[in-house]
Design a protein around this ligand. Structure first.
Ligand SMILES: [Zn+2]
Length: 186
């Protein structure tokens, strides 16, 4: 089965507040597997369900998996919540939904996260450094927040302009092709 596409900025669905997962059904398990497949394929170290257009509070992460061939240790987190945060750390972040851009973001250095796993069992994780940053980044997605919302207004507007230009170019390039396809059919 082909992988589900990752929504990209400025897709409005990335701005929705996701709903809690009511019960871990086969559908949720399939979604989690699809999310892992996409994450490892991209590759990325985390993915939230709304990035695939599903507004549910479900994320997958694997911060150890930084190169192809490395051992995978995926975590699937259902209804994750940060229950404690402390310290500050700056990290250069990127996002599969924000193409061609990275920026330094300040976040809590340590977090305690509570969630349930795919068997409905509660999990509690104390995370720091990259893992803490990754959890905060993915949980933001569940509230419709992107990392570019957490950088300076100037940097954000520079990115937004660049992205809009890129989209216009893509549209222009696709334009004549589509036109000729249309002509062929006509
Ligand atoms: Zn992201």
């Amino acid at each position: 089965m082909p992988l589900r596409p990752v929504l990209q900025f400025p897709d409005r669905r990335l701005r929705e507040v996701s709903k809690p997962v009511e019960a871990v059904t086969d559908e949720i398990r399939t979604l989690a597997q699809d999310m892992l497949d996409v994450m490892y394929d991209e590759p990325g170290i985390g993915l939230a369900a709304p990035q695939l257009g599903v507004p549910l509070r479900l994320v997958v992460v694997d911060v150890g998996w930084t190169e192809e061939g490395a051992e995978k240790s995926p975590r699937v987190l259902v209804n994750p919540e940060i229950v404690h945060a402390e310290g500050r750390v700056s990290w250069t972040e990127g996002c599969l939904s924000v193409p061609d851009f990275q920026a330094e973001v300040e976040r809590a250095a340590k977090v305690r996260l509570r969630a349930t796993d795919l068997d409905g069992k509660p999990v509690e994780i104390d995370a720091e450094e990259l893992e803490a940053v990754c959890f905060q980044h993915e949980l933001d997605h569940l509230d419709g927040v992107l990392f570019i919302d957490r950088i300076s207004r100037l940097k954000r507007s520079m990115y937004v302009r660049k992205r809009m230009k890129q989209l216009r170019q893509e549209r222009d390039e696709a334009g004549p092709e589509r036109a000729s396809e249309g002509a062929g059919q006509g």
